[in-house]
Structures are given as structure tokens and as C-alpha cells.
Ligand binder design. Sequence first.
Ligand SMILES: Cc1cc2nc3c(=O)[nH]c(=O)nc-3n(C[C@H](O)[C@H](O)[C@H](O)COP(=O)(O)OP(=O)(O)OC[C@H]3O[C@@H](n4cnc5c(N)ncnc54)[C@H](O)[C@@H]3O)c2cc1C
Length: 357
Amino acid sequence: MARWVLRNGIYCGGIEHKMGIHGNSTCQMVLEDAVGTMVGAPNKGLAAMFVMMNAARLGVGNQSLGLTEVAYQNALAYAKDRIQMRSLSGVKAKDKPADPIIVHPDVRKMLLTAKAYAEGGRALSIYCTMMLDKELHHPDEKVRKDAGEMVALLTPIVKAFLTDNGHIATNACMQVFGGHGFIKEWGMEQFVRDNRINMIYEGTNTIQSLDLLGRKILGNNGASLKKFGKLIGALVAEEGVNEKMAEFINPLALLADQMTKFTTELGFKGFQNPDEVGAAAVDYLRVAGHLVFGYFWARMAQVVAGRNCGRQHRQVLCRQAADRTLLLRQALPRNRDADAHQRSGSKVLMDTDAALA
Ligand SMILES: Cc1cc2nc3c(=O)[nH]c(=O)nc-3n(C[C@H](O)[C@H](O)[C@H](O)COP(=O)(O)OP(=O)(O)OC[C@H]3O[C@@H](n4cnc5c(N)ncnc54)[C@H](O)[C@@H]3O)c2cc1C
């Protein structure tokens, strides 16, 4: 006897045409009188979904980290190969009709920015992975709890800072290719397009910044941030008088100072008017991201300066130090800009309905 199975009322309503990630098909799923099956315990769905969402947010940050790295590697190879004009400070490649573009300061700035973001992102990502291991497997309950809090604090930074950096880095690396960057054949424009969604899905980067500032920092009176601040304080105390470390420790201490002032000020303002938090959150996350990266860049420099670092290892790490110093120096004025935006407050945004009419 034939057995008829009725099809459930759920089907694909059409494949979306997207700006990027063409290797992954996105579709609308239409539900018409569909029958669902409950997964897990009743009324625990949102909590379960956030376990998935937090993992996905770390994953999306890592997607951008990969794009930052591959864009950098391609741009570096191109900059060594492509010849165009002469170096401002005198001919560098005498055997060639022009110098490779890597001699030009601005090309180097673009490459070093991408490289520093890739290195900082890698360190942050590895640190989060270690914290996740501790959260899940450490025998001591307090260590598990502390590690979980650290991952919770850093998750919106991984998601938003790494994906915004991916936007900056893939665009800079495309720029290194000049006109070739815009042409599909070289593959650079694809990195820019593929990265763009990372700033949007799994909660836009604005939502991440509100999560960081509103929930994770002001929501618990800065307790988790203070824990990260303790790591920075310990490093500054340990290396504050080490001249070899000054170019990392001094800007890091300044960044930490900026962050403390920024947070305290926003805490007061946000208490009186929550729109102040909304107006400042995106800038705040950039400052926090640079502070976190500054800590990891300094930790890497500490390994180089340390006695136990082997010669070969030291050579590799020394080659990496320049880009991070550059970005730390650039981060300070950028953070002052972010602070200035914050100080301009929400009034200028919220009282200008006429301008948006
Ligand atoms: C390719 C692709 C794949 C996707 N895959 C999935 C998937 O697998 N599963 C899934 O569930 N979803 C998926 N999405 C949906 C995606 O997660 C959402 O598009 C994204 O989270 C943003 O939500 P939204 O589109 O509703 O934007 P909106 O929430 O409408 O936001 C629009 C704008 O307003 C801003 N905004 C909104 N609320 C606030 C606020 N309170 N404060 C300040 N600014 C605010 C946002 O930052 C944004 O700039 C996918 C989307 C795309 C494009």
C-alpha cells in the first residue's frame, strides 16, 4: 500500500543577488502553515540562539581577518613587482626603468596598516580561542567564569573591529593595485565586496558597539573592562622602564588613559540621556579595539625583547614590529578624533530634524 507523505509548508522563495560572497547562496525561506519541531527546552530558545550567535560573531570577525591577510599578501607581492616612477629620495632600482612602488611612503603606509591589523587580529583571535578553552574545560570554576566574561567582553570587538579593519585593509590593498585593483581579473575587488557583509550580518557593527558599551561595559559598571585594564596595568608596570619597549608601552598607557576618561564621561552622560550612548558607541568601539590591539602588539614586542626569544624567532618578530608601532602612533590621534565626536554629543544629531526633512 502506498504511503503519502505531505510536504511541509516550507520552501525557498528565491536566491538573492548579492554584492559579494557569491560562493554562498543566500535565499528567502518561505513558511506557509509549516510544522516546526521544538529544539531544546521551552522558553530557553533565545539563550540557546545567543550561544550560536556569539560563536557566529567570532567566526565573522575571523572571516575578515582572513580577508585582511590574503589582501595584504597579494598587495605586498604586487608592490614589489610593479614599477612606477622613482623614489623621492633617489633611484632605488638602478637596473630598472622605474622603482617598484613599494619604495613610495604612502604605498608602505597602506601595506603596513593592513599587516598591523592582520597581526593584531590574529593575536586577539588566538587569545579568545584560549579563553574559550578555559571557559569550557578549566577545572577551576572561577577561572571558567573569568574566561567566559573575557570572551563576552571581547566578542563585539572581534566582530566589529576586525570587520571594520577588514574594510580598511582590503580597500587599502586594492588601492595598492591602482587601476588593476578595480579590474576583476586581479581578484582584489572581490576581497572588498566579500568583506562588506561582515560589517552587517550577525548583528550590524552599530549593534555590536551598543552591546559593548551599553551592556558589557556600562551595564556592569565597567567590571569586565577593568579586568582587561588589569592586564594592561601589569604589562605597563613590568615594562614601563624598559627602553626597548618604550615605543609600545608609552602609547599603550596613553590609550588606556584615554579609554578610562572616555568611559567615565560616557557613563555620566548616558545616565542623563541614553542617546549619548547611541551617539558615541561606534567611536567608542574603535577606541576599545585599538586599546586591545595595542596590548597584544606590546605583548608581541615583549617576546622579541625577552631573553628566551631565539635568534630566528627574534628576526621574524623584529620585522613585524615596525607596522605595529606605526599603527599605535596613528591610533592615538584617531582616538582623539573619536573622543571629540563623543564630546560633540547626541544633541547635534537628535535636534536637527529639519536637516533630515
Ligand atoms: C547575505 C546575508 C546573509 C544573511 N544570513 C542570515 C542568516 O543566515 N540568518 C539570519 O537570521 N539572518 C541572516 N541575515 C540577516 C542579517 O543578520 C541582518 O540583515 C542584519 O543583522 C541586519 O539586520 P536588518 O537587515 O534587519 O537591519 P536593520 O535592523 O533594519 O538595520 C538597518 C540600519 O539601522 C541600524 N539600526 C537598527 N537598529 C538600531 C539601533 N537600535 N540603534 C542604532 N542603529 C540601529 C543598523 O545598524 C543598520 O545600519 C543575512 C543577511 C544577508 C545580507
